[in-house]
Design a protein around this ligand. Structure first.
Ligand SMILES: N[C@@H](Cc1c[nH]cn1)C(=O)NCC(=O)O
Length: 451
């Protein structure tokens, strides 16, 4: 009895938010590294001779091991079996090793002449490194969600999750904004080197967090990671897979995110080639959705909490995506202002859908199935994050080359943007089906969380 009255580490507001700041730094570094190569697409073509298919292969490699070797599923199991500290350190080490390999391939192997399975050695090894990084980044993502649940349960849990995602978006926006200017000022690989250094900082930060977490475990004695809540279990997998709500959310997640993250990877080049935006700021505009989401996700999250309408909001976000991609596809609209406004609208959609989607998962599934449900949804999402950039890269090389300038191909982005529009249409259909299912199965997605 006396033990329970003792103040625990996470009872101190300063310490629990300090702990969050430490792991959020690690995730910020992860999001930076995830996005930092994308704005360099044209430079990769001129300096390292990577064509669009190779860029697509590299971009999709983030998800390759997660999809084909089920790494997200194993990551979920390891997280439940060995806990936050072990899994977080392992995930961060994988991110550092993967990024180190990627950096080495882009610098040390840039001039290598051989091929592996038909791909340039530098492309293949950099993709392998990015794939290892992707395993670490995705597993770190689910680990941090679980960390927040442990440290903030019964406290400001939703706010903490929102703040962590917002800080991660700072990493993304920084990557888009600095990549080209930094690569021009130093070397093409300098932005990756900076990411590697930040990740090493993130690894040290996670070790520091582990000291706090161990202390908290000693205080609460019962190991939170062993509680039946949040456990990954194969029995739950069957139950989740038989829930129509799971398939609708997972499909919406893969379709929606396939129109945002892979699109952003090609967006810097689109801004430069179609809209004539200066190279030094094209990355900044391509990263605008991340910047918008930084401010808007907590605002929309609050709205969903107070007013509900999550299913309708997901439909609205999907409809906005269709409009954005459709206008980008129109060959006769080439105004840079329109391109920038569309990026801002995309940022609003990018804030609307996640702020309605992630709390909806918590409404559809009971607490003890949540960890498993999130891991499965991320697994399905990764299929799109692998397949769509790979497809767009091949389409660009095969059907969209319209000329050459300064050693790089010039592309007509009409067809890729039509593909993104088609995926966005599918996402609206699924969002509508989710709204229908909500009425039929009583998920209460349209109801407010705070009554
Ligand atoms: N599973 C992640 C995928 C991702 C892509 N870039 C960074 N992470 C995810 O969906 N995260 C949620 C988000 O909105 O960032």
């Amino acid at each position: 009895m006396k033990e329970q009255n003792l103040k625990k580490l996470n009872d101190s507001r300063a310490i629990r938010w300090g702990a969050l700041a430490i792991v959020a730094f690690t995730m910020m570094a992860a999001y930076y590294v995830n996005d930092v190569v994308a704005p360099l697409k044209t430079m990769l073509e001129t300096d390292l001779k990577w064509d669009s298919s190779e860029f697509g292969l590299f971009t999709g490699a983030y998800s390759f091991l997660n999809v084909f070797f089920l790494m997200l599923i194993w990551g979920g199991l390891i997280l439940d079996r060995f806990g936050i500290r072990f899994t977080g350190k392992l995930a961060t080490i994988l991110m550092v090793l993967g990024t180190g390999l990627e950096y080495y391939a882009m610098t040390g192997m840039a001039d290598a002449t051989g091929t592996i399975w038909g791909y340039k050695v530098s492309v293949f090894v950099a993709s392998a490194g990015y794939s290892v990084f992707g395993v670490g980044a995705e597993v770190a993502g689910i680990t941090v969600t679980k960390m927040i649940a442990k440290w903030f349960r019964g406290k400001e849990m939703a706010t903490a999750m929102g703040v962590q995602v917002a800080l991660a978006r700072v990493g993304s926006q920084a990557a888009y904004a600095v990549a080209i200017p930094m690569a021009r000022a130093y070397e093409i690989t300098t932005p990756v080197l900076v990411g590697l250094i930040c990740l090493i900082g993130g690894l040290i930060a996670f070790f520091a967090f582990s000291v706090l977490d161990k202390k908290l475990d000693r205080q609460i004695e019962a190991e939170v990671d062993n509680s039946p809540e949040e456990k990954f279990s194969f029995k739950d997998v069957a139950k989740i897979l038989s829930n129509p709500g799971f398939w609708l959310i997972a499909l919406l997640c893969v379709l929606f995110y396939s129109c945002v993250f892979p699109f952003q990877k090609f967006a810097s080049e689109l801004m430069i080639s179609k809209y004539g935006i200066d190279e030094s700021v094209a990355g900044f505009f391509a990263g605008l959705p991340a910047l918008g989401a930084l401010f808007l996700t907590p605002v929309f999250g609050g709205m969903v909490d107070k007013r509900g309408k999550a299913a309708s909001i997901m439909m609205l976000g999907a409809a906005m995506l269709i409009a954005v991609h459709c206008i980008y596809a129109l060959p006769f609209i080439t105004s840079s202002w329109i391109a920038i406004v569309l990026m801002i609208v995309l940022g609003i959609a990018f804030s609307l859908v996640p702020s309605a989607m992630w709390p909806s998962v918590a409404k559809i599934f009971p607490a003890h199935q949540l960890g498993t449900a999130y891991a499965l949804i991320f697994f399905i999402q990764n299929i799109g994050l692998w397949g769509i950039p790979t497809l767009i890269g091949i389409v660009l090389d095969k059907y969209c080359v319209v000329g050459k300038a300064n050693g790089a191909n010039l592309y007509d982005y009409t067809l890729p943007m039509c593909i993104f529009t088609g995926i966005a249409v599918l996402s609206l259909i699924i969002a509508f089906a989710l709204k229908v299912a909500d009425k039929k199965f009583g998920y209460k997605l349209e109801e407010a969380n705070i009554k």
